[in-house]
Write a protein that binds this ligand. Structure first.
Ligand SMILES: NC(=O)c1ccc[n+]([C@@H]2O[C@H](COP(=O)([O-])OP(=O)(O)OC[C@H]3O[C@@H](n4cnc5c(N)ncnc54)[C@H](OP(=O)(O)O)[C@@H]3O)[C@@H](O)[C@H]2O)c1
Length: 430
């Protein structure tokens, strides 16, 4: 049994502030859980004199990472700086010195997870990252433990609060994308530079982490096909509603016949599904396992308090094991041979919206192209959109078809004289 367990905190921003607050204000309860006190020994920041919502003792702050890395009394390093550099290097140096690591850093884990896990194994330490996906929602631990007996077949995940907020506002108020984004920025739900969120990059990092855990495969962020939400228009939401669907930015991961598909893009989903009702900045992850069936994890995907809940839980887990003196190394084993299926091999249904000449025979030309490529139409809506310009808006839904065939069809349809514009192309997940 230990006298105490030393903690070094790297980063005191949104998440670090919440973690410091929990470690200080809940010290007694945490000590009770662990069996000995957790001592916060140093906090790494860039600007020690910055005003912060949670005030910590000035003597705890440092701008020199060595004060954490070289302190033999620190057993656990919490990395909540974010980004790849210097966070990755600091995590590696901490592990090289025999320290366990807790991180909320999705970018580092998505890009370097397998490498960090083998370094951890080599150094006989562990690295936990519950907060890297879904803020406070328990996700990583369930995949690592509670769902282990299952063969997971699919994950459907709303894992980016910013885009879910924007899509919710577009659906509810008929806002166009740029107005909804502006509103999200004014409310602090979108960053001044929102590219990582709206282009699906943030969700791709998180999906790579979840797919790695679910399928025990090495899924790199570059394996994840991603498309953002900036091309969606209020027309698409209107038609989705007419057809009985909601539009969500989903992370989809599936394993079939030993190969894995991983993609992030806007999707039509039936409006009666639970995922379709996940609104605002909330996150939800639906998992399908052969034993457990369909389970959904739902909650706040970001913010100081929810995220600190996940970070501190990881700290407690490590501290309990340190205190008991049991060996601590990563349990996850990955199979590097699993194949990632490229996007053009997937099969799904499609929604297509286009502006065409308003005259007879247009639909026949489009149907011929689709038919020649074995793509069947399941429904069509045709509306006059501008009588004076003699153009119509055509909306098509297809039966399941191969992505490769669909992309070929789009290229041919685009070249038709009667087609002015393909305005939207959205995959459908029933
Ligand atoms: N925010 C959320 O809701 C949320 C949710 C889930 C996961 N995460 C993840 O948690 C991590 C932290 O996010 P955050 O929102 O807390 O970030 P943040 O508010 O920007 O805080 C970053 C902290 O790191 C410090 N820092 C930055 N660069 C540094 C450097 N080179 N050397 C030393 N200190 C440095 C900053 O110091 P100063 O304060 O002195 O500038 C600041 O305290 C990220 O990986 C993020 O993806 C965040």
């Amino acid at each position: 049994m230990r006298q105490s367990i030393g903690i070094g905190l790297m980063g005191l921003g949104v998440v670090g502030g919440g973690v410091a607050r929990a470690l200080v204000e809940r010290a007694e309860a945490l000590s009770h859980q662990v069996g000995c006190p957790l001592r916060l020994r140093k906090i790494l920041v860039r600007h020690p004199s910055k005003k912060r919502p949670f005030k910590v003792e000035r003597r705890l702050l440092t701008t020199d990472p060595r004060e954490i890395l070289d302190d033999p009394e620190i057993d656990i390093v919490i990395e909540v700086i974010g980004g790849e550099s210097p966070a990755l290097q600091l995590i590696k140096e901490a592990m090289a010195r025999g320290k366990h690591v807790v991180t909320a850093n999705k970018e580092v884990i998505a890009k370097h997870g397998p490498e960090l896990l083998s370094l951890a194994r080599e150094k006989k330490v562990d690295i936990l990252y519950e907060a890297s996906v879904g803020g406070g929602i328990p996700l990583i631990a369930p995949f690592k433990q509670d769902l282990l007996a299952n063969r997971i077949s699919a994950i459907h995940a709303i894992i980016n609060g910013t885009t879910n907020y924007i899509l919710t506002r577009m659906a509810a108020e008929g806002l166009d994308f740029s107005s909804a984004l502006r509103e999200a920025q004014q409310r602090g739900y979108a960053k001044p530079n929102p590219a990582n969120d709206i282009e699906g990059i943030d969700a791709a990092y998180k999906l790579a982490i979840l797919a790695t855990l679910a399928f025990h495969a090495q899924v790199h962020p570059e394996d994840v096909y991603h498309e953002g939400i900036s091309r969606l228009s209020s027309h698409d939401f209107r038609y989705a509603n007419e057809l009985g669907y909601a539009i969500k930015l989903l992370g989809i991961a599936k394993e079939e016949d030993g190969s894995i598909e991983v993609r992030v893009h806007p999707v039509f989903i039936p409006e009666e599904l639970l995922l379709a009702k996940v609104d605002g900045v909330y996150n939800a992850v639906q998992v399908e396992g052969d034993l457990v069936g369909r389970v959904i994890f739902y909650g706040e995907g970001a913010g100081a308090l929810p995220t600190s809940s996940a970070v501190v839980a990881d700290v407690i887990d490590l501290a309990q094991r340190i205190n008991l003196g049991v060996s601590i190394t990563p349990r996850l084993r990955l199979d590097p041979t699993k194949r990632i299926r490229p996007i053009w091999e997937i099969e799904t249904r499609y929604y297509l919206r286009m502006i065409t000449d308003d005259r007879p025979g247009v639909l026949a030309q489009i149907s011929r192209i689709l038919g020649d490529l074995q793509i069947s139409i399941s429904s069509v809506i045709q509306k006059e959109s501008d009588i004076s310009a003699d153009v119509a808006e055509i909306v098509l839904m297809t039966y399941p078809a191969q992505e490769q065939a669909m992309q070929r069809a789009l290229k041919q349809i685009e070249k038709l004289d009667v087609v002015k514009q393909i305005s939207s192309f959205i995959r459908v997940e029933d």
